[in-house]
Design a protein around this ligand. Structure first.
Ligand code: MN
Length: 132
C-alpha cells in the first residue's frame, strides 16, 4: 500500500525515462516531482524534502552519484532514501552507487514493478545503507 501523501522526487535527464517512471509512480499513488539533472535534484530535495528519491546516474551538470553524496552528507536530507537507477550493470558501478550512500540500486532497464517495489521498500522500512 502506498501512502496517498508520499512524494517521490524523480531525478532523470532522459525524457522517455522521465515520462515512464513518472507515470508508473503516479499510477500507484505517489506525488511525483521532476528534476532533470543532479543540481536541480539537490535543490528540489532540499526544498521539498520528499519521502524518497529515484536517481539516474549519468546527467548533465551533476551526476546522480555526486547528488547522492551531497544529499547524504547534509543533515536535512540524509534520511531521505535514494534509489539509484543506472544504465551500467558492472560491479564497479554498483560499488560506486553504494559508496555514494544509496539505499537501493537497480540497473536499467528497470521493470516498472521493480522500481515501485524498491520505492515502497525504502519508504516502508527506512533502512539506510542497505543497498540492494
Ligand atoms: Mn541519464
Amino acid at each position: 500500500m502506498v501512502s496517498p501523501t508520499a512524494t517521490v522526487l524523480l531525478v532523470e535527464d532522459n525524457p522517455d525515462n522521465q515520462a515512464v517512471y513518472h507515470v508508473i509512480l503516479e499510477h500507484v499513488g505517489y506525488r511525483v516531482l521532476a528534476a532533470w539533472d543532479g543540481e536541480e535534484g539537490v535543490r528540489l530535495a532540499r526544498e521539498a524534502l520528499p519521502d524518497a528519491i529515484v536517481m539516474d546516474v549519468t546527467m548533465p551538470r551533476m551526476s546522480g552519484l555526486e547528488a547522492t553524496r551531497i544529499l547524504k552528507a547534509d543533515d536535512r536530507t540524509a534520511a531521505i532514501p535514494i534509489l539509484i537507477l543506472t544504465a551500467h550493470a558492472h560491479d564497479s558501478d554498483r560499488r560506486e552507487a553504494e559508496d555514494a550512500g544509496c539505499d537501493a540500486y537497480l540497473s536499467k532497464p528497470a521493470l516498472p514493478r521493480a522500481v515501485i517495489a524498491a520505492v515502497e521498500r525504502m519508504i516502508g522500512t527506512a533502512a539506510p545503507g542497505a543497498c540492494g
